[in-house]
Ligand binder design. Sequence first.
Ligand SMILES: Nc1ncnc2c1ncn2[C@@H]1O[C@H](COP(=O)(O)OP(=O)(O)O)[C@@H](O)[C@H]1O
Ligand SMILES: [Mg+2]
Length: 310
Amino acid sequence: MLDDKKGKTPIIAAENLGKVFTSGVFVREQTVAVQDASFEMLPGTVLSLIGESGSGKTTIGKLMLKLIKPSSGKLFYHGQDITTIKSKDALRDYYRKVQGIFQDPFSSFNPLFRVDRVFDMVYDVFLPDVKNREEKTAEVLRSVNLNPKRTMHQFPHQLSGGQLQRLLIARSLLLDVDVLVADELISMLDASTRMGILNLLVDICRERGMSILFITHDLALGYYISDYTMIMHRGRLVEKGATGKVYQKPIHPYTKMLFNSVPDIGHKWDKNEAFVPEHVNREIAAFYRKNAGQGFEYVDPDHGVLLSVE
Ligand SMILES: Nc1ncnc2c1ncn2[C@@H]1O[C@H](COP(=O)(O)OP(=O)(O)O)[C@@H](O)[C@H]1O
Ligand SMILES: [Mg+2]
């Protein structure tokens, strides 16, 4: 298992997490968004979650952030089952320590609040005992390469997308978060800003022993940034493990297709693209049939694959 790898205990452990959405008023429609997802997040590491649009990535992110309730399975935080915690204090602690950064940084800010007000709210809610607020804020702003004097009195629309994402990272630093869920974080940034933010995230993750779930479409970015990789296909984690192994020795037919037959590793999924060719779907079905009854297996201590679905 991943958690034995470096003798570290996971910050987060998901056990057989599942999410079924029910929609429709007269005719109830059920969407199985996530099925049987188990994984661990270790301190000081980046875990990528890769899969095409609609495969269930954001749902996993939301389950981890406790924005939605799982339909099945369990979530552990530092070894403690937090699936059904109700205590307000415990919940607040969790929401403080496990934070998300989403694709569109503009939507994360109230357009009427200046940056200093945003930070004041963080202090009021989560850090009421901090006395030297201004000093503290300046310190975290500097550590994400923002000029405190120039940033503090700005409104969100006066800042660029990259600056807003840096602000979100600064906010996480202030809160001393354990886990960051970064969902398609950099897709709206241009290439130069993007590398700066990625490198900043990885440095912070290593220095602070934080754990990052990096949700992405982009195979090359995933490779660049992550220690561990999980491949998601139709709501299931079909392969996971050390990034080098998953990318270089893929076993599941879906992963193989991603890394072997995609000519350019920087390939991104187009939302309108019919992504999985019919013959791959047939291969996946045949693979599951051939391995019937085997379920998820580790071929290496740090490399596992879904051999069959029952
Ligand atoms: N609130 C919801 N209600 C109903 N279905 C949903 C809801 N959120 C997501 N889904 C469905 O769950 C599946 C997974 O969605 P999502 O997790 O957003 O995938 P991804 O982030 O990989 O694109 C999709 O079929 C999506 O339509
Ligand atoms: Mg998504």
